[in-house]
Design a protein around this ligand. Structure first.
Ligand code: AKG
Ligand code: FE2
Length: 252
């Protein structure tokens, strides 16, 4: 798709330079400073039975979906709770090399919340073939990144094209790295699609973009780091798009 507006053209240019979503970011960018006070997250209930969590490939080996990862009532409860957090609007003009993103966000290091989310997600992503799991997830899956991010996009807000970085960390005393991005959509809105741009290949020189329409309770996992696809969060046109973000953590 050729860029339609100046904004899109700029995002495309940045994309060519491998614009990254760097969670550490510019020290002057307050929106990327982790908060120190952990939120009193509502309990993760009600949930669908863990045996009903279905990992569906959208693009094999790159993008997977789990519908109803959060039930509608859990999503509504979370959105109302998250609205009370001190979200910070990101500056429109990022540090050189960082992706343009305009949204309101909240970031916290919360290992115990990450563990609670992992306790649910692992039933959806782990099979009884641990070797196949290790191949797919880029290492032995151990949990989720305690660096939890909350995004709210209002109409007109978006996250321009970028690649997500892999990070190293220590989880439960083990040396780990992140391999996949986890996005949990907590609301349904108009616009705000997450769009992936698969790399052209010899077989397919102009692959179609892969579009994910935000849907309440939908979890999305996509590969990041070296094999991350270029992607963006499209502009929201109506309603609010709420997203919880973490990353899959595997043994290093
Ligand atoms: O909000 C979206 O649709 C995309 C978010 C994203 O790309 C990110 O968190 O790195
Ligand atoms: Fe991203």
């Amino acid at each position: 798709m050729p860029p339609k507006s100046k904004k899109e053209a700029k995002a495309k240019d940045q994309a060519k330079g491998k614009v990254k979503d760097n969670p550490k970011g510019n020290p002057k960018d307050k929106s990327k400073e982790p908060n120190s006070q952990k939120p009193d997250w509502p309990p993760l209930r009600p949930l669908i039975p863990s045996s009903d969590l279905l990992l569906t490939p959208l693009l094999a080996d790159q993008i997977y979906l789990i519908r109803n990862f959060f039930t509608a009532s859990l999503c509504k409860n979370y959105v109302s709770f998250l609205s009370s957090l001190p979200l910070v609007t990101t500056p429109g003009r990022p540090k050189k090399g960082d992706a343009v993103r305009v949204n309101d966000r909240f970031q916290i290091d919360d290992p115990s919340f990450a563990d609670s989310l992992w306790a649910i997600l692992k039933h959806g992503i782990l099979s009884n073939d641990s070797e196949a799991d290790t191949r797919l997830w880029g290492g032995k899956p151990l949990g989720l990144n305690p660096n939890i991010r909350v995004y709210r996009y209002s109409p007109g807000q978006f996250f321009a094209q970028h690649y997500d970085d892999s990070n190293t960390l220590t989880l439960h005393g083990e040396a780990c790295r992140t391999t996949w991005t986890l996005l949990i959509y907590l609301s349904t809105c108009t616009g705000g699609e997450t769009v992936f741009y698969p790399d052209p290949s010899r077989e397919n020189r102009r692959p179609d973009p892969v579009v994910v329409v935000p849907e309440m309770g939908l979890a999305l996992l996509h590969r990041h780091g070296e094999r991350c696809l270029l992607h963006e969060g499209g502009e929201v046109r109506e309603g609010e798009k709420w997203v919880l973000r973490s990353d899959l953590v595997v043994a290093r």
